[in-house]
Write a protein that binds this ligand. Structure first.
Ligand code: GLY
Length: 572
């Protein structure tokens, strides 16, 4: 097998706000398989694994390790993720390697004596760090469904860390913008600055400590991270800075195999991530509500379609706040929430001509800069398909590297509800279901999803973007199923988002014509928030793959500088 060079090239140099922005090649076709991720280096690593006879699971795990090196704002060893897997033999399973609250965590750990949330404690302190799950998850997935050895899938990441990568505008720009965030942490300064100076485009960027940590994982497997020298260094970092993670937290961490949540939508099967992600449940719940309407007839981006979607999203996100949490700690009513019958009931008061009102809670800010988390999709010619979303939570997580490890630590604890009905960074609220408890997984919105038609995988998709992950994934699916778009259009088309609270519509400017906007305002949709147009980042980053009659198409979301790489049998 050789890589296809048959790339539909879309390389645009755009001038935006006075600076050039590179938009990476977008869609590719590969007969033997395709990898789409936020990092061209990581996608190439995955494609090479496919070329060498690995399956989609081998490739996804290799991509996961590579992203920890080449896309440090979200790829990680020090965070967590969810993987949804469909195998050619029909097996469908998910791996939950979400971070956990340390055993010393308590419900009110982010509150002061007056019961007020202490600003920044759950995002910018060592107490923000959840027990990382990524290394356990990737290794468990590989051991159960992969065909390659750990050494084979992790070595490319080691090479990238050891030999270094030539910094492109994307990464050099990120490091520059984050200098203030890294400043308090010596180990972060050491990695993200060039001896105190800014890294420049074209500089070779090596990560020696990270390479050493990866080598320990290659040699000792999970013990190379959760025990021994790496664990010692992480615990030392915690003890020196009032962090909570102990040796026991690390050595007792285990990934969890969970049955996917499953739904149907207009004859397609939806297979997605169950709790502790809210993603799959909300996706299916919203699809069930929308299935009662003819969105194909009302059309893409029409006022009627946008209104119907907003009203379905409003109801689903309200349920999220009440019912969604870690199922190992709270009885999440999944079966009810994803049932068609419940959707009918929930949507029966939908008024096609009038907007509902969420409630009076003061709107928080949704921050367009927060392109944390990252999604990769892989499909091989046998039909093995992986949708993988992984995260440190906010961009570069807690911004701190555990000294001596090269490992950036997450700030996932902010995904818990620090106090009832108090919005987190994303403006999301929660109650008892998502309260902090020792050893509990914080609620996520990550929505890695596989869509099947007649039992065959059609589409793998998902996205970063905090609370907007679910609605981004939803829109890719609606674009394919209802609006008949090809993958390129389905991923590129403008997006919007509503999450019940704050009660407003966040949208890319290109999403809404003046006519649509005016009609929606007449219906009573009053609060609007435009994020920069999609070429200036926009909403989501849905790196997706889709089976077509011409082969497997991969599409890196053109909002960002990722890449899809195809593998062909034809030697072209
Ligand atoms: N940290 C974002 C999420 O898991 O939803």
């Amino acid at each position: 097998m050789k890589v296809t060079a048959n790339i539909v090239v879309l390389f645009l140099m755009l001038t935006l706000a006075g600076r050039s922005v590179a938009i990476a090649p977008a869609a590719v076709i590969g007969e033997e398989g395709v990898v789409a991720s936020r990092s061209s280096w990581a996608s190439e690593v995955g494609a090479e694994i496919l070329r060498n006879g690995g399956n989609a699971v081998d490739a996804a795990v290799a991509v996961g390790f590579a992203l920890a090196v080449t896309y440090p704002s979200a790829g990680n060893l020090g965070g967590g993720g969810f993987m949804v897997i469909h195998l050619a033999d029909g097996t469908q399973i998910t791996n939950d390697h979400r971070e956990k609250a340390p055993l010393a965590a308590t419900r009110d750990m982010y509150l002061d004596e007056q019961g007020e949330v202490i600003e920044g404690l759950s995002t910018r302190s060592h107490m923000a760090v959840g027990v990382p799950g990524t290394v356990a998850g990737l290794i468990d997935v590989l051991e159960r469904f992969g065909t390659k050895s750990l050494a084979e899938v992790i070595s490319p990441a080691i090479r990238l860390a050891e030999r270094g990568i030539l910094l492109d505008r994307d990464l050099a720009g990120q490091f520059e913008r984050r200098q203030k965030d890294f400043a308090p942490y010596a180990a972060s300064r050491e990695v993200f600055s060039n001896r105190g100076e800014l890294w420049q485009v074209g500089d070779r960027w090596r990560q020696k400590d990270l390479a050493t940590t990866l080598k320990r994982i290659r040699r000792y497997g999970k013990a190379g991270f959760y025990e021994g020298r790496t664990a010692d260094l992480i615990v030392a970092e915690m003890q020196a800075n009032d962090g909570l993670i102990t040796r026991e937290d690390l050595s007792s961490y285990e990934s969890v195999w969970r049955e996917p949540v499953r739904g149907t939508y207009r004859g397609y099967d939806i297979v997605s991530m169950p709790p502790p992600s809210s993603g799959g449940v909300l996706l299916i719940q919203i699809l069930n509500m929308l299935e009662t309407l003819d969105l194909n007839a009302s059309g893409f981006a029409s006022a009627a379609t946008v209104h119907a979607m907003i009203e379905a999203e409003r109801r689903a996100y309200a349920d999220r706040a009440e019912y969604l949490g870690d199922p190992d700690f709270f009885p999440v009513p999944v079966a009810t929430l994803i049932s068609k019958e419940y959707a009918l009931r929930r949507y029966q008061d939908f008024d096609p001509g009038n907007a509902g009102v969420s409630s009076d809670i003061k709107p928080g800010q949704i921050q367009p800069e927060s392109m944390e988390t990252t999604h990769a999709s892989v499909m091989d010619s046998a039909g093995n398909t992986v949708a993988y979303t992984t995260t440190l939570n906010l961009s570069y997580g807690a911004k701190m590297i555990a000294a001596g490890t090269g490992v950036l630590l997450n700030n996932e604890m902010d995904d818990f509800s620090a106090r009832e009905n108090t919005p987190n960074f994303y403006g999301l609220q929660g109650r008892r279901a998502n309260a902090i408890e020792p050893g509990k997984r914080m609620l996520s919105s990550m929505t890695p999803t596989i869509v099947l038609k007649d039992g065959e995988p059609l589409l793998a998709t998902g996205s970063p973007g905090g609370s907007t992950i679910i609605t981004t994934t939803l829109q890719v699916i609606l674009n394919v199923v209802d609006h008949g778009m090809d993958l390129s259009d389905a991923v590129s088309s403008p997006r919007f988002h509503h999450q019940w609270q704050p009660d407003r519509i966040v949208h890319e400017p290109a999403m809404l014509s003046l006519d649509t906007l005016n009609r929606l305002k007449e219906m009573g949709h009053e609060q609007w928030f435009a994020v920069p147009n999609f070429l200036g980042r926009g909403i989501g980053d849905a790196n997706s793959v889709m089976r077509t009659k011409d082969g497997i198409v991969g599409m890196a979301d053109p909002r960002n500088a990722g890449a899809a790489v195809g593998v062909s049998a034809r030697g072209k």
